[in-house]
Design a protein around this ligand. Structure first.
Ligand SMILES: [Zn+2]
Ligand SMILES: [Zn+2]
Length: 292
């Protein structure tokens, strides 16, 4: 093979990259032996391929986008295209949560795959918000604004509640979220005149949460072993009904079981001589395997 044919082959492989480095390649053909020139050309080809594939990556990355907007009834519509690296990260995180869920739930999971992915995304976001290393305050809970009339007692059942981004909440969700949230109380004089806007404060202060975590370690629902990072601190007697935010009245429950005990006609949870007692919807007792 002649030096000229090596150059022609290089040009045919990538004409535009060849045009950019023609002078150096011609110089290389002049000074190097045939064997060295072929080695130089091979290196050059590799570098050009790498540059081209990076160009492709950048073009793909340019198309990345994510829309998240509040739609009808406070649902949030998510839609977008992630670049390969971010997409890989998302899929890895989702499948890690799904794996952990299927290990702990086994067959008793009647959610659709799409519902499971939606729940997993929520869990990922919640756990990120709970991270202590996050730039802002640790243990951030959903922000619930409770609006009450000036004449009404500040009971969450009598109040209307909303979340900062998606708006009004149904009473059942309001009670569950307000159970362990950052709550801001707004007292209204009339229908639209705020009389007093309280500070946003976490219902369960961080030190109290740590104490509950140290005692319970994981979800207290019988048979559940979700670690505390998946859990809320549930008030057995809701604070809106006068229940104290104190260790004996708080129980760690994973998001799923928290939902279950707040459901109308669902599982019951009450304090009996200072110990939480779980009851099935039919009233029968579930054994608590709490630490002594
Ligand atoms: Zn609760
Ligand atoms: Zn649980």
């Amino acid at each position: 093979m002649s030096a000229a044919r090596v150059l022609v082959a290089a040009r045919d492989a990538d004409p535009s990259a060849f045009a950019r480095s023609e002078a150096q390649l011609v110089e290389a053909a002049r000074i190097h032996s045939m064997q060295d020139l072929q080695r130089v050309a091979a290196f050059w080809r590799e570098a050009a391929d790498r540059a081209r594939s990076l160009e492709g990556d950048d073009k793909l990355r340019e198309r990345r986008r994510l829309h998240a907007s509040v739609s009808f009834l406070g649902m949030v519509r998510v839609d977008g295209d992630l670049d390969p690296e971010t997409g890989e990260t998302l899929l890895t995180a989702l499948s890690a949560v799904l794996d952990a869920e299927s290990r702990s739930r086994g067959k008793d999971d009647n959610r659709t795959p799409a519902q499971r992915r939606a729940d997993a995304l929520g869990e990922i976001c919640r756990q990120w918000l709970d991270l202590a290393e996050r730039p802002s305050v640790a243990g951030e809970r959903p922000h619930v604004t409770v609006t009450v009339g000036a004449e009404a007692l500040p009971s969450a059942s009598a109040a209307s509640s909303e979340l900062d981004h998606v708006g009004p909440l149904d009473p059942e969700s309001a009670r569950r979220l307000a159970c362990d949230a950052s709550v801001m109380r707004v007292v209204m004089a009339g229908r639209s005149e705020p009389l007093d806007v309280g500070r946003r404060t976490p219902v369960v202060p961080p030190a109290m949460r740590r104490a509950v975590i140290i005692r319970d370690r994981q979800c207290r629902f019988p048979g559940c072993d979700r670690p505390h990072t998946w859990c809320d601190a549930h008030h057995v007697v809701h604070w809106a009904d006068g229940g104290p935010t104190a260790l004996p009245n708080l129980v760690l429950l994973c998001r799923r079981h928290h939902r279950l005990v707040h459901q109308q006609g669902g599982f019951g949870l009450e304090l009996l001589e200072g110990h939480p007692v779980f009851k099935r919807p039919d009233g029968s007792l579930l054994e608590d395997r709490a630490p002594p």
